[in-house]
Write a protein that binds this ligand. Structure first.
Ligand SMILES: [Fe+2]
Length: 133
């Protein structure tokens, strides 16, 4: 199992955002482990729901900071957030359908989703906030 490890390469240099991201990485690892261990579908579904709820909450947090500090890339960043939530909900729907389980491709997709967004859009936001906060 590939465990996502938090290290400085994932830091956007804004403490409150990094704290949220750490939590998301923990939840992602928990999901990955439960899929790997073949845990019951309703348990995996609960972990998936926690990951998605936490992500939605975290995105609102970032969006609030963007508004507070008049971030120019707000609309674009917010659209990316919505797309990410929509795709995670698709994986979740698949899981909810009877007889379907999360595949390693789904896990890989979620991992790329998480790290891709942190390393892309969130790094830009982090360096902006670092200057204005
Ligand atoms: Fe973001």
């Amino acid at each position: 199992m590939k465990v996502l490890t938090w290290d400085n390469s994932l830091s956007v240099q804004i403490q409150e955002i990094d704290d949220d991201h750490r939590k998301l990485v923990d939840l992602f690892n928990m999901l990955n482990r439960s899929v790997e261990d073949g845990d019951a579908a309703n348990y995996i579904e609960a972990v998936m729901e926690e990951l998605i709820s936490c992500t939605v909450w975290h995105f609102r947090h970032e969006e609030r900071l963007m508004l507070k500090y008049a971030y120019e890339g707000f609309a674009e960043h917010k659209t990316e957030h919505q797309e990410l939530i929509d795709s995670a909900r698709e994986v979740q729907q698949k899981l909810l359908q009877e007889g379907k389980s999360i595949s390693s491709e789904d896990i890989e997709f979620l991992e790329n989703w998480l790290t891709g967004h942190i390393l892309g859009a969130d790094m830009d936001l982090g360096s902006y906030l670092g200057e204005v906060m």
